[in-house]
Ligand binder design. Structure first.
Ligand code: SF4
Length: 278
């Protein structure tokens, strides 16, 4: 791998903020706050100058997801942040609470957005009303809207809105393991696709191998304030971990050793049954 290369990088998560405005029952943050208070994340926003310096290093054409552990619509400079990545494909996951308040910053700016709908969410009706109003407001403009249905959620009314439906299995609140009722999809190459091409930067500038929930920071390769993305992507630690992945020994890597995910989002339900062949 050439030293100045970002070969393989196809997507990156950048955490605009780790603050959140919702308390979902299945979120790892709740468990950390309750059971491991010493690990509680210090919630806050990414410094805008840090974000600008990151944006300058991101190659054009790749996917930039502007979320990690927090709710991205809470970021005070959301519209400007999205515009920094006008040469990339921009996306974020949201709980949708602020879709209307932030519509001016999102519509005709962000490329795609995934609204997370959670099984047994007491706010589901309110969320649906906001989502419908947002769709009316944006009309044919971007972003394309995806309904990300987590766990047992009836998809019918979201399908009726004409949205793309992404079904997701629930897993342990502490990370990507113990998926409910299913096995994660494993790619034929036997290497986690997220490790190969999809790192993450948190609001403090920590650069990690992937966006998995990692309160103990096992997957951090370094900090973007001290090293460039190219340096971190080509770092000795990442090269060593890549060798383990290639040898089928992800158990040797602290974060990957207890992760059940392979970089392929795993759905549930019966999408295939609704596909009509010509
Ligand atoms: S195996 Fe899990 S922890 Fe390791 S890179 Fe892949 S998604 Fe991340």
């Amino acid at each position: 791998m050439a030293k100045n290369s970002l070969a393989g990088l196809s997507a990156i998560n950048i955490e605009l903020t780790s603050r959140c405005n919702k308390k979902c029952w299945m979120c790892g943050r709740r468990k950390i706050e309750r059971d491991y208070p010493d690990l509680t994340i210090k919630y806050g926003d990414m410094d805008y100058k840090l974000l600008e310096s990151i944006a300058k290093q991101i190659p054009p054409g790749i996917v930039v997801q502007l979320h990690n552990n927090g709710e991205p619509t809470l970021y005070p400079y959301l519209g400007d942040a999205i515009r920094l990545f006008k040469n990339q494909i921009t996306q974020f996951d949201t709980n949708g609470k602020l879709l209307l308040e932030k519509s001016d910053e999102i519509i005709d700016n962000l490329d795609t957005i995934a609204v997370s709908v959670i099984e047994n969410d007491p706010d589901a009706e309110e969320q649906f009303v906001i989502l419908k109003r947002f769709l009316d407001l944006k009309g044919e403009s971007k972003p394309t809207v995806v309904a990300r249905l987590n766990g047992d959620v009836d998809s019918k009314r979201y399908e009726d809105l004409g949205l793309i439906i992404a079904r997701r299995l629930l897993h342990s609140p502490m990370g990507s393991f113990n998926y409910r009722r299913s096995f994660p999809t494993i790619p034929e190459i036997g290497i986690c696709l997220d490790f190969l091409n999809h790192p993450a930067i948190n609001k403090d500038g920590d650069f990690s191998i992937c966006v998995r929930f990692d309160p103990k920071r096992y997957g951090v390769l370094g900090n973007i304030r001290n090293q460039s993305i190219v340096e971190l992507w080509n770092s000795e630690k990442r090269k060593k971990w890549l060798k383990f992945h290639k040898k089928g020994q992800r158990s040797q890597i602290p974060l990957c050793s207890y992760c059940h995910y392979w970089g392929v989002p795993t759905g549930c339900g019966s999408d295939s049954e609704s596909i009509k062949l010509p």
